[in-house]
Design a protein around this ligand. Structure first.
Ligand SMILES: [Zn+2]
Length: 284
């Protein structure tokens, strides 16, 4: 748990997984990931040396609202294209309850994008049907992101999760489409970080002089702070994603703004210091 001003942030972990950089990323050229790794906090890496990816939600308790940011893979979902996430049965909801979060109290669910590992717990299986996990919440989807996934055809990557984890929310009348810059309340607004997917966006928190950006999948591994051209194989628009990473680093390096990627094994994120070969990520 950590604070950004008056906002309390709690992480709910679903699972973790080491991911070999050379398998999952492109654009590495002859660079040695191990050499770059040595400058970043050791917690970010599994004993194998591969980055350890965490699948988690963040729960933001602001003075005005209770917000769930991203919803992991979910239980009982058929994910044949992602075998490690196929028909999961995890204790995510138990973990959430143990953290003092009642699903019925959640005001908003925000998905940084509509990939499988960010929408799963939008719904859960009840009597054979997918129903919203957070029954009283308004689910906020970025308009351009939502519209993109309505065009993805059956069998294509991501169609399965759109069908069982997004459309049931829409059919239940619980969603709202928002545009970049949308203010969820006085402390939290939607910050566009486009490229990984067409409407990929983070959340920017400002409270009592403190700031944090939850960056979703703009960065999957710390190496990308030094090498924003590295891109994960599932990046939708590689050029745009690279440009967004570069612009983000220009804006937030040495800014004092906390940077919290979705999948890093540092729950409270950290601060970017320096640029390029001199860049460091200092745990918050
Ligand atoms: Zn992700």
């Amino acid at each position: 748990m950590f604070q950004v001003g008056a906002v309390t942030v709690t992480e709910i972990v679903e699972m973790d997984m080491p991911v070999p950089v050379t398998l999952a990323f492109r654009g590495l050229d002859d660079e040695d990931p191990a050499r770059l790794r040595s400058r970043f906090p050791a917690e970010l890496f599994a004993p194998s040396g591969d980055p350890l990816l965490i699948f988690r939600s963040y729960v933001l308790r602001t003075p005005q609202s209770l917000i769930v940011l991203d919803t992991c893979w979910g239980n009982h979902k058929e994910r044949r294209l992602d075998p490690y996430a196929h028909l999961l049965d995890t204790g995510y909801l138990t973990a959430m309850a143990a953290a003092g979060v009642d699903a019925a109290d959640v005001d908003y669910v925000f998905c940084t994008h509509l990939h499988q590992d960010h929408v799963g717990w939008n719904t859960r299986l009840v009597d054979g049907a997918w129903v919203p996990t957070f029954p009283n919440a308004t689910y906020l989807f970025v308009r351009s992101e939502y519209e993109h996934w309505t065009t993805v055809s059956p069998g294509s990557y991501g169609h399965d999760s759109f069908t069982d984890s997004v459309l049931p929310v829409v059919e239940a009348g619980r969603h709202r489409l928002v545009d970049p810059g949308h203010a969820i309340d006085d402390t939290v607004r939607v910050e566009p970080l486009i490229g990984h997917t067409p409407g990929h966006s983070g959340l920017h928190v400002t409270s009592r002089g403190e700031e944090a950006v939850f960056t979703g999948d703009l960065f999957h591994v710390a190496h990308q702070f030094a090498r924003p051209d590295w891109h994960i194989v599932v990046e939708h628009d590689v050029k745009q994603a690279m440009a967004t990473r570069r612009a983000f680093l220009d804006t937030y390096a040495d800014s004092g703004v906390r940077v919290v990627p979705a999948h890093f094994n540092l729950a409270a994120g950290g601060y970017l210091e320096g640029r390029g070969d001199d860049c460091r990520y200092v745990p918050a």
